[in-house]
Write a protein that binds this ligand. Structure first.
Ligand code: PGA
Length: 247
């Protein structure tokens, strides 16, 4: 696992956008695993800025989102599908049929999880997976305790994740209790992983990911078993790590 320390959220986003663009420009067909949340928003903005300026094409890009809330309609402003179109897809030339996001309102959600897993399998894992990290060390919606061999599945969200995500909802009670997410084994199939972290609220999770045991108490720690992971973290996110390493 390679750690790239940057000074700020902006530098983290610039690094990530450059890395994604290199991939998009270098292959005739590219699959990207994408994440929602506050962390990648600026990265997506930079991709849009590049598209406007340099007309980088996304016609050959296929995207696979990590997760989606269960029970929220696709066109609801809090759905992750809505988020992705709002923050990226509406502003670049990616064909709609190239976009894949788990369907949180599928009538048989377990079947939907299986379908999604098969889809990822059919491409042999994504070329580049973008990840954030939860304050509790989750990746996707794989909360602490999730076995490392889990495939795409339905999860009950923890209190801390629902609290963290309630900032996007009018009321805490509106935050869904369940979601559908790529599993840890699904994420590990990615050929390359880029994990982004900024802010001191992530310092504990980053510390545990690097220095704690590889254990499902901190799902992100499993990334230490993957051959091709880059963590881009700003000063605040690595603050606990540095104290340990210097001291
Ligand atoms: P955030 O979420 O980017 O909104 O901090 C990250 C995550 O929960 O994985």
């Amino acid at each position: 696992m390679r750690l790239v320390k940057v000074r700020s959220h902006e530098e983290m986003s610039e690094f990530a956008a450059r890395h994604i663009l290199d991939k998009v420009k270098s292959n005739s067909k590219v699959s990207l695993g994408l994440a929602t949340g506050g962390t990648p928003v600026r990265t997506y903005e930079l991709l849009i800025e590049d598209y406007r300026k340099n007309h980088t094409s996304y016609e050959h890009v296929f995207t696979y989102n990590l997760d989606e809330y269960a029970g929220i309609a696709a066109d609801h402003p809090n759905s992750y599908r809505y988020f992705m179109f709002e923050h990226l897809f509406n502003h670049i030339n990616i064909p709609n049929e190239n976009v894949h996001i788990p369907r949180g309102t599928a009538s048989d959600i377990k079947k939907e999880a299986k379908r999604y897993e098969k889809l990822i399998d059919s491409i042999g894992g994504v070329d580049l997976q973008i990840l954030g990290i939860g304050e509790n060390g989750h990746i996707g919606f794989n909360e602490p305790g999730t076995p490392f061999d889990t495939r795409t599945h339905i999860v009950e969200l923890t209190e801390s994740t629902r609290q963290a995500n309630s900032r996007y909802f009018d009321e805490y009670s509106e935050v869904p209790k369940h979601a559908i997410t790529m599993g840890i084994a699904t994420i590990l199939k990615s050929k390359e992983i880029l994990l982004l972290a900024s802010g001191e609220q992530k310092a504990d999770a980053i510390y545990r990911m690097f220095e704690g045991a590889v254990s499902n108490d901190c799902p992100a720690s499993v990334l230490r078993t993957h051959q091709n992971v880059i963590v881009i973290a700003d000063e605040k996110a690595v603050s606990k790590l540095e104290k340990v390493r210097i001291g």
